[in-house]
Design a protein around this ligand. Structure first.
Ligand code: SAH
Length: 212
């Protein structure tokens, strides 16, 4: 089968480890979560290939390597509260739910979030909280977050997200134009922000206030 454990193990050994993903917890989660459930339809057989794939509403499920890279950058140990902007298919959400205490996930397109939630609940995740709203404003009521991940490309760092990041917290976000971006990692220390680039990437646009 193209969708079994072996396909996922190959994805880890042939795509993720050779490109430098090291965190054993991240590698374990990537080997465990059934990406094909989130891909669905006629593309199921492509679920463990090294590429992003289209999902409904003109959006995309990120490439496995990109999911692993962004997740590793969040430095999750298990007890964190994480905010995700852009639920999309829900695949990245599942990986986060494996690796931290609670995931708060926000999506602007309700059809996508309903579908993602159905799959995540059917897989047994109970540590995910959902909201359909424009996520550039974050999720103020639940702040602060130890980790924030934005899975859509933004022209600049949305200031509400920086405000909602805990002291010592990490955020990953693609920053750039509508075609290509720099994957940017931000760390908050003593109220100050430091940032580093993790390389180039291509994400669909983050829409709305503080986005496009
Ligand atoms: N992590 C997802 C990526 C989906 S693509 C996956 O791998 O499946 C990015 C998602 O961000 C899209 O579903 C899009 O609708 C959503 N999005 C874009 N702008 C947003 C905003 N301002 N608030 C919330 N979600 C947004």
């Amino acid at each position: 089968m193209l969708t079994d454990d072996k396909a996922r193990e190959r994805m880890v050994s042939e795509q993720l480890i050779p490109r430098g993903i090291k965190d054993p917890r991240v590698l374990h989660a990537m080997a465990k979560v059934p990406r094909h459930r989130f891909v669905g339809g006629e593309r199921v057989s492509q679920a463990y290939m090294d590429s992003p794939l289209p999902i409904d509403e003109g959006q995309t499920i990120s490439q496995p390597y990109m999911v692993a890279l962004m997740t590793e950058a969040l430095e999750l140990k298990g007890d964190e509260k994480t905010l995700e902007i852009g639920t999309g298919s829900g695949y990245q959400t599942a990986i986060l739910a494996e690796l931290c205490a609670r995931v708060y996930t926000v999506e602007r397109i309700s059809e996508l979030q309903i579908k993602a939630r159905e799959i995540l609940e059917s897989l047994g995740y109970t540590n995910i909280f959902y909201k359909t709203v424009n996520g550039t404003l974050g999720w103020e009521e639940q702040k602060p977050y130890d980790a924030i991940i934005v899975t859509a490309g933004a022209p600049r760092i949305p200031t509400p997200l920086v405000d909602q990041l805990a002291e010592g917290g990490r955020m990953v976000i693609p920053i750039g134009d509508r075609v290509s971006q720099e994957l940017t990692k931000i760390r908050k220390h003593a109220g100050e922000i430091s940032s580093e680039s993790l390389g180039g990437c291509r994400f669909v646009a983050l829409l709305g206030e503080y986005g496009w």
